[in-house]
Design a protein around this ligand. Structure first.
Ligand code: FAD
Length: 565
């Protein structure tokens, strides 16, 4: 998918409203999409360093992108992976029908994530709009709260109460945090204005929860408790947000400012096609390596195994030891697994990071998340109930156990998929100890209360697929979400790739991935932190950015996230 904003836009007064929003992170408003699209490329390493091996720990999206860009720069990424390429972009196939898939992690990708879509285009993947609540491709949405169901084909079909809730949220954003001004600055990539407003918001709201922000806003104070409650249960855009209520409001503002909660697309065939595709993709513009070389080719077709320890090596580099004992020393290592794993699962030498970095790593707060999918014989939800004139089943938001049920199909007369339930935190923990069948039974029981005349179970074919990310030792959680007061930790983790002022003993390991980014839970952050780590690695090896295309570390002094006292 090619985006209209792939090239820099002139800043003409009054034009800003027409420009698209990008996930230009307000903490560090660097245009990664322009950086990637620049014909000069990302930089070069000294000739003597061409072919140098660099370790990449983790073959999720961040690791695969880091490896892909190292390859393009003429370096040799050696990729380590404990499980399967793709990480949290994991797509499972229903065993009875290969090709019918379930995205267990990331599944809907905002159009504003331009760096992510740069790689979707690189691999040539097809995308389609994701059927979120009330979106144009969602035939109908049903909101069921406290036993009362509201059926809607468009937002206008909902009772005025829901319009009031949505309007209160928009008003709270406008009145409390200058929403329109921030979005206009994001559209025109006016980094000075973005930073001026955002740095003030960070200082004022770092210690505020999402719920505290809602409850304290004039817009919601003038409404009833039921408005706040419905906002939490239904949200707007992607579904209910109340399991995020205890998180820092800054986490939510980054999402809504950058339209990350809007205009979502899914990857046809499953999200995992992106990391899989990049793993075996041979770039056209290679340095040093012969035409046709891919990351897979440099790694003999498979990644190395799980990393058991990361230490300072005898040669002064970074020594990586695998679970089964193989050891190799590298001049640099890019580490992309969830950062808790650096202390909980990997024996990491303490002196590689400053004590305050370890504090930041340990304070990471991960969301739990579970999903349960079933395959059905056909997208029967498009059938119309003659008694009501409505679709027999709708995309459903409910305060019952499943919370959100999504309907996914690739056309009539083919097997389709129901994501019976997608939950976070407390709602996800309710299922942690249950099997896939037990979860499915519970979801069907709840849905039967909402749709008493529909026999969903009779359409199910084969076995359900379920996941609880917190139960997987290679992840230990779904994705990070900072708590109030955590900004300082995030700022340390994000900025660690700029290492030239660090003591020598703390250089050479570059952290990247979802939880190093300011937008954890969105693949765009995995992409952009991989690019930071690649920039850091190039600099570490004595290289530099391409002329005319400064990298993220080159503009650090101008754009760096605000440092709180
Ligand atoms: P990972 O994918 O976690 O990659 C790290 C890799 O390290 C893993 O493959 C892991 O196996 C490996 N590893 C762990 N330990 C070791 C070891 N000792 N040695 C070697 N390798 C190791 N994003 C969106 O944009 N849209 C969404 O809709 C969305 N929804 C999501 C829903 C869920 C439930 C989850 C979990 C995530 C979602 N995300 C979404 C976020 C997105 O999936 C992530 O941002 C992205 O996949 C993270 O990639 P990563 O490479 O940073 O980390």
């Amino acid at each position: 998918m090619t985006m209209a904003s792939d090239l820099p836009h002139p800043r003409v007064p009054g034009e800003a409203a027409r420009l698209p929003i990008t996930m230009l992170n307000p903490d560090f408003p660097f245009s990664y999409d322009h950086y990637l699209a620049h014909p000069a490329g990302l930089g070069r390493v000294p000739d003597l360093k061409l072919g140098t091996e660099v370790a990449v720990v983790g073959a999720g999206l961040s690791g695969v992108i880091a490896a892909y860009e190292l390859l393009r720069l003429g370096l040799k990424p050696i990729v380590y992976e404990a499980a399967r390429i793709g990480g949290r972009l994991k797509t499972a196939e229903f065993s009875a029908a290969p090709g019918v898939v379930a995205d267990l992690g990331g599944m809907r990708f905002p159009e504003s994530g331009k760096a992510f879509y740069h790689y979707v285009d690189t691999v040539g993947l097809e995308t389609r709009e994701f059927p979120n609540p009330l979106s144009a491709v969602t035939p109908s949405t049903l909101i069921e709260l406290e036993g009362t169901a509201h059926y809607a084909e468009t937002a206008d079909d909902l009772p005025p109460f829901f319009t009031e809730v949505a309007e209160a949220w928009r008003r709270a954003l406008r009145e409390e945090v200058d929403f329109d001004a921030v979005q206009e600055a994001l559209r025109s990539r006016d980094v000075a204005t973005i930073k001026r407003i955002w740095n003030r918001i960070v200082a004022e709201l770092d210690e505020q929860t999402f719920y505290g922000f809602i409850a304290g806003s004039a817009a919601f104070r003038e409404k009833s408790f039921a408005h706040r409650e419905a906002f939490g249960q239904v949200g707007f855009g992607t579904g209910g947000w109340d399991t995020d209520f205890s998180n820092s409001i800054l986490e939510i503002l980054r999402v809504v400012f950058t339209d990350a909660d809007d205009k979502h697309r899914r990857i046809l065939g499953g999200a995992q096609r992106l990391p899989d595709g990049l793993w075996s993709h041979a770039p056209d513009d290679l340095v040093h390596w012969p035409k046709g070389t891919s990351v897979a080719g440099l790694n003999g077709g498979v990644p190395r195994g799980a990393v058991a320890s990361i230490k300072r090596g005898e040669g002064g580099g970074i020594r990586i030891t695998e679970k089964w004992g193989a050891t190799r020393e590298f001049e640099a290592a890019i580490v992309t697994c969830q950062s808790w794993l650096l202390s909980a699962r990997i024996d990491t030498e303490e002196t590689l990071f400053a004590p305050e970095m370890w504090t930041a790593i340990e304070r990471s707060h991960y969301m739990q998340s579970s999903k349960t999918f079933v395959m059905v014989d056909r997208p029967f939800w498009n059938d119309i109930d003659p008694a009501t004139g409505r679709h027999v089943l709708s995309m459903t938001l409910t305060d019952r156990l499943p919370r959100a049920t999504y309907l996914l199909d690739d056309g009539p007369d083919k097997p389709a998929v129901i994501l019976l339930s997608y939950t976070w935190n407390d709602d996800a923990l309710k299922f942690l100890s249950l099997s896939a069948d037990e979860r499915t039974d519970l979801m069907l029981h709840s849905l039967k209360k909402i749709y008493p005349t529909v026999d969903i179970a009779s359409h199910i074919v084969g076995e359900p697929i379920t996941v609880s990310w917190e139960a997987d030792p290679n992840f230990m959680g779904a994705f990070k979400n900072n708590l109030p007061g955590h900004y300082r930790y995030q700022e340390r983790l994000f900025g660690h790739f700029v290492q030239h002022e660090l003591p020598a003993a703390q250089r050479g390991v570059f952290l990247a991935g979802d939880d190093i980014s300011f937008t954890a839970g969105w693949a765009e952050g995995a992409v952009t932190t991989a690019l930071n780590a690649v920039w850091g690695t190039v600099r570490h090896l004595g290289g530099e950015s391409a002329p005319g295309n400064p990298g993220p570390g080159d503009v650090w002094d101008e754009l760096a996230p605000v440092v709180l006292d």
